[in-house]
Design a binder for this molecule. Structure first.
Ligand code: MN
Length: 485
């Protein structure tokens, strides 16, 4: 608790009192309870609260972190909690409390219904998912104490749902941690292989990086441009995905390291960029301006890759402190600005409006709306996974209409995304004018033309050729209707 108190120094004395009360309450309710690891249950609650305190979340949310398992795991009932802490805290605790798994026929149904319940609450109050992510982060950190089968199940759910959710909300450091912790459990061989090679290579790389950083620091100091520079290893799972995607061995992956330059203003960002362009050797075509054109999750930065003296590639990101906060903590940082803005001037409030407009979670509302009719749990979870899958590609029809698909989508997925009848009668596809396979993976910029025949019908193996939930759902529907499944 001492560490948490220190991190919470940003709270007022009055706010701190709420946290202290929640702590005392949780302390007595969970007394003598231990986790599988043998440590007191309270440690888990303090860890979750600590993660949220590091994001400078407000007092009610820190209290919720301390109370989040109280309805699920202790004798305390909702009414008592409400009398003690009021509606705001109780409705948040309720939203993160899992539905009792015995009311469902199986695990998948329980999992689907828990997600459905939580997402409905998230639409009303985004803080619910922030507590849930912090909870999952600590559960993943202590996962080794669970039985191996449970470890795999939990890691799979983390990798397919929690990590993409963190990504979608722009909380990159949680996304990276959740991915690497799951990666280690799901694919231990690949994990340790990459980790070992990464460590071997990091020595020479770090030297290159340090040299480039020192030089840049000197140049910027001479120009009186304020900056902080630090190096940044990619997360291991990110390297693994890149190897898979590009079908390359570890030795062929070049941008393992990067540097981050953090400065005060947007003008400074562009000034630094032009200094890099004149004083270093930038890689042709490597510049991307995410300041002018932010990513969908509001990420902003300038990206440029430098070729070092020893021909190593150094991916460089240039951003302001605020962009940095947002890049690390995503929606959590926005929300924090919002809370601050409420007490601040009109300008701050207006700014905030622009930021939160992007974060109304319309996609989530839309998704839940569409899924209201779906009673099939597997379909619900599949759709949620592809909805969360953040990486998208843009493929064109022969008429140059854009079709948005998740990364890894095939020609068959493309056909189904145009119309279910086109999917059902898929005979072949031309990608950029050449005949392609039914399971050819599409890339951004491809022009895809689908050839159909009336007498063609979906077969069971089509389920292996499709990766989008939309296509799979439709294929399953057809197979079921024709008693083929
Ligand atoms: Mn928990």
């Amino acid at each position: 608790m001492e560490k948490l108190r220190q991190t919470l120094s940003y709270l007022s004395a009055q706010d701190l009192e709420i946290v202290e009360r929640a702590y005392q309450y949780a302390y007595s309710a969970h007394l003598y309870q231990t986790r599988i690891s043998g440590e007191p249950y309270l440690n888990h609650l303090l860890n979750v609260a600590q993660s949220l305190a590091e994001l400078k979340m407000d007092a009610p949310l820190i209290a919720v972190a301390l109370l989040h398992d109280i309805l699920e795991d202790t004798l305390v009932v909702e009414k008592e909690l409400r009398e003690e802490f009021g509606d705001e805290i109780v409705s948040l605790v309720n939203a993160v409390t899992k539905l009792n798994k015995y009311q469902f026929e199986d695990n998948i149904t329980a999992q689907a219904e828990n997600w459905r319940k939580m997402l409905l609450a998230v639409v009303k109050d985004i803080r619910v998912i922030i507590v849930k992510l912090a909870d999952r982060l600590h559960n993943m950190e202590t996962l080794r104490f669970q039985p191996p089968d449970d470890q795999k199940k939990i890691a799979a759910e983390t990798l397919s749902l929690y990590a993409p959710f963190a990504h979608r909300l722009g909380i990159y450091n949680w996304k990276n941690e959740l991915e690497d912790l799951s990666f280690q459990i799901l694919y231990p061989e690949a994990y340790y292989n990459i980790k070992g090679q990464w460590e071997k290579r990091s020595e020479s790389n770090v030297k290159n990086l340090d040299e480039a950083a020192a030089r840049l620091k000197e140049i910027l100091a001479a120009q009186n441009i304020p900056c902080r520079i630090f190096s940044r290893p990619k997360n291991l799972y990110g390297i693994y995905k890149k190897m898979e995607r590009q079908n390359k061995p570890f030795s062929a992956i070049e941008d393992l390291f990067g540097m981050r330059v953090i400065t005060d203003t947007i003008e400074d960002c562009y000034a630094i960029l032009s200094l890099i362009n004149t004083r270093f050797k930038p890689l042709d075509g490597s510049f991307t301006d995410y300041i002018n054109v932010p990513k969908a999750n509001m990420y902003q930065s300038l990206h440029i890759t430098i070729i070092s003296d020893k021909n190593a590639l150094i991916e460089t990101q240039i951003r302001t402190e605020e962009m940095h906060q947002r890049a690390e903590y995503g929606i959590a940082a926005h929300w924090r600005y919002k809370r601050q803005a409420e007490g601040d001037g009109e300008g701050a409030r207006r700014d905030l409006k622009n930021i939160t407009a992007e974060y109304k979670l319309d996609w989530l509302k839309h998704f839940l709306e569409k899924q209201r009719e779906t009673s099939d749990s597997i379909e619900f979870l599949d759709s949620l996974k592809s909805e969360c899958a953040f990486e998208q590609i843009f493929v064109f029809t022969p008429k140059k209409e854009v079709v948005k698909l998740p990364l890894g989508a095939t020609a068959l997925d493309f056909a189904y995304s145009i119309h279910s009848d086109i999917g059902d009668s898929f005979m072949g596809a031309k990608v950029n004018g050449k005949m392609a396979q039914i399971n050819t993976k599409l890339k951004t910029g491809d022009i895809c033309e689908i050839i159909t025949r009336k007498n063609i019908k979906p077969t069971v193996n089509w389920l292996d050729f499709a990766m989008t939930a939309q296509a799979k759902t439709r294929i399953r529907k057809y197979l079921r209707e024709h008693n083929l499944l």
